[in-house]
Design a protein around this ligand. Structure first.
Ligand code: HEM
Length: 433
C-alpha cells in the first residue's frame, strides 16, 4: 500500500513535471516561432489574462461593517435577486432564520462553503457544492425587509418606517404583475461570476427551509449602470451608456445625503434603519424589436444623449453637464422637454438623486409573441423612496419619451437594514429589540 502511495506520488510528480515540460515546450516553441511569426505577443497576453482572472476569483468584499455591502460597493457583473415570503408565523423562528442567513452570508462572501461542518456521508451535503474552489468573485449578499413583514404576524407593525409604505399605483406602473412583485424579504446576490451568485441564493434559500419560500426571482447580467468613478460606463440593452450621472462609489457626501438613512432623532419605528437604505426594484420590459427599428436620431431624442459617446445632445463629452436651456435655430430645446435624461435629472427634481445599481435581463423569447423577453432590472437605493423613487417615477411615468418603448412589469420596495457589525449580530437584529 505504502509502495502504491509512493508510486502514485511519483506519478503525480511526474505529471507535474510533464506540465512543466509542456510549459517549457510551449515557451521553446514560442521562441522558435517568434523568429518568423509576427503574432509574438500571444503567450504573454494569455498569461496576463490567467493571472488577472485568478485575482478576480479570489477578490473578497468585506461582509461585516456598519453598512451592508452590495449598495455602494463596486458593482459586479452578475446578479441573482430573490423575493421570499415567510411561511412561519413564529417571530422566534424568523429571527433564527435571519441568524442562519447571516452566518451563511458571512461564509459565502468569504468564498467558503455555507456551513462550517460537513455532513455525514449518509446525509445530504450541507453546501450544494457547485462552487467549491471557485473563490468569492467579489460576492455581496444584501438583505431587505418588505412592508408585508410588518403585518400582524410577528408583532412588528409599530416598527414599520413610514418610508416603507406601499406606493400605490404610480404612473407608468399600471401593468405590474403581483406574481413578480413584492415579498416579505429580499436577497440581492451580486458577484463577478454567475455560478457564485446563484450558488449564494440557492444556499440561502436552503437555509430558509421551513421558515420562508421564494416568491419570485430574477437573473441579471452586465451591470446596467456604473457606480465606479473612473470606470468605463456600461451599456443597457438599448445600446446607451447607463450610469453616466450616477452616484459614484467614492462620492461619500452624496451617499450620506441621498442613499444612507442618517442617525437622528427619528422615532423608535425607524431608528433600527440607521445606516440602512431602501431598495426599489423594477423589472422593466423593453420593446426591443420596436426600438431597433427606430432611426438613431429618434433613439437619441428619447434619452437626450448621443448613443455611442453618451454625450448630452446639448454638446460636449460624456460627463459634460447637460445644458437644458440650449435651443436650436427654431428656438426648440435641444434636449427634448420629455427626454429621459432631462426628466430624471436632479436639476429638474429639486436635487433628488438615486444610486442606480441595475442589471440587464433576457428571459428568452415571449412564448405568445415570439419577441425577446428582455429589459432592465432596475435597482435603486435611497434614504427615502417616497421622496426619491416615487417622485421621479411619477414624473417619468407621466411624460418620459422612453415610456413608448418600456413597460414596468414587476418589482418591489424593501428596507435594507444596517450592516452586520460582527459575529454574534445578525441582519436586522435591532428591529427585534
Ligand atoms: C428601461 C428603463 C430605463 C432605461 C433604459 C434608462 C436609461 C437611462 C440612461 C441611458 C440614462 C442616461 C445616462 C445616465 O446618466 O446614466 C439614464 C439616466 C437616469 N435615469 Fe434612467 N433608465 C430607465 C429607467 C429609469 C427609472 C425607472 C428611473 C427612476 C425612477 C431612472 C432614473 C434615472 C436617473 C436618476 C438618471 C440620471 C439623470 C441625471 O442625473 O442626469 N431611470 N437612464
Amino acid at each position: 500500500m505504502a509502495e502504491q502511495r509512493a508510486s502514485r506520488r511519483k506519478f503525480l510528480g511526474g505529471a507535474a513535471a510533464g506540465v512543466g515540460l509542456v510549459g517549457v515546450g510551449v515557451a521553446a516553441g514560442y521562441g522558435i516561432r517568434s523568429l518568423n511569426d509576427t503574432s509574438v505577443d500571444t503567450p504573454q497576453v494569455s498569461q496576463v489574462a490567467v493571472e488577472s482572472a485568478a485575482s478576480g476569483a479570489l477578490a473578497v468584499v468585506p461582509f461585516y461593517g456598519d453598512r451592508q455591502a452590495g449598495i455602494t460597493t463596486p458593482q459586479q457583473e452578475r446578479m441573482v435577486f430573490a423575493a421570499l415570503d415567510v411561511t412561519t408565523a413564529d417571530a422566534g423562528e424568523l429571527q433564527q432564520m435571519l441568524e442562519r442567513w447571516t452566518a451563511a452570508a458571512a461564509r459565502l462572501t468569504a468564498g467558503k462553503p455555507v456551513g462550517r461542518r460537513t455532513a455525514a456521508d449518509d446525509q445530504p451535503p450541507i453546501d450544494t457544492g457547485e462552487v467549491v474552489d471557485m473563490g468569492a468573485h467579489s460576492l455581496t449578499i444584501t438583505v431587505g425587509f418588505g412592508a408585508s413583514l410588518f403585518d400582524r404576524r410577528f408583532g412588528l407593525a409599530d416598527r414599520m418606517p413610514a418610508e416603507l409604505r406601499p406606493f400605490g399605483t404610480i404612473p407608468g406602473e399600471e401593468r405590474m404583475n403581483p406574481a413578480i412583485s413584492d415579498g416579505d424579504l429580499c436577497i440581492q446576490a451580486c458577484a463577478d461570476d454567475p455560478m457564485v451568485a446563484s450558488h449564494a441564493i440557492r444556499n440561502m434559500v436552503r437555509a430558509a427551509r421551513g421558515s420562508a419560500i421564494v416568491k419570485w426571482s430574477q437573473l441579471g447580467f452586465g451591470q446596467a449602470s456604473s457606480t465606479d468613478a473612473g470606470r468605463r460606463t456600461p451599456r443597457n440593452l438599448m445600446g446607451f451608456k447607463d450610469g453616466t450621472n450616477n452616484v459614484t462609489a467614492d462620492d461619500h457626501a452624496t451617499q450620506d445625503e441621498q442613499v444612507w438613512v442618517p442617525r437622528g432623532p427619528g422615532s423608535a419605528a425607524t431608528s433600527w434603519m440607521t445606516n440602512g437604505s431602501y431598495l426599489v426594484a423594477r423589472k422593466i420590459k423593453m420593446e426591443l424589436e420596436r426600438w431597433d427599428a427606430e432611426p438613431l436620431d429618434e433613439q437619441e431624442r428619447v434619452f437626450g444623449r448621443k448613443k455611442v459617446s453618451g454625450a448630452p445632445l446639448s454638446g460636449g463629452a460624456e460627463f459634460t453637464p447637460i445644458d437644458f436651456a440650449k435651443t436650436d435655430d427654431s428656438g426648440a430645446p435641444v434636449v427634448n422637454v420629455d427626454a429621459h435624461a432631462r426628466l430624471a435629472s436632479p436639476q429638474q427634481n429639486g436635487g433628488i438623486k438615486l444610486l442606480r445599481r441595475g442589471y440587464n435581463y433576457i428571459d428568452g423569447q415571449d412564448q405568445a409573441t415570439g419577441k425577446l423577453s428582455a429589459g432592465l432590472f432596475f435597482v435603486g437605493f435611497q434614504r427615502d423612496p417616497q421622496a426619491q423613487f416615487k417622485v421621479l417615477q411619477t414624473r417619468l411615468g407621466t411624460s418620459d419619451l422612453l415610456g413608448e418603448y418600456v413597460a414596468t412589469i414587476g418589482g418591489g420596495l424593501w428596507a435594507c437594514p444596517p450592516g452586520v457589525r460582527g459575529p454574534g449580530t445578525w441582519f436586522g437584529d435591532e428591529l427585534f429589540l
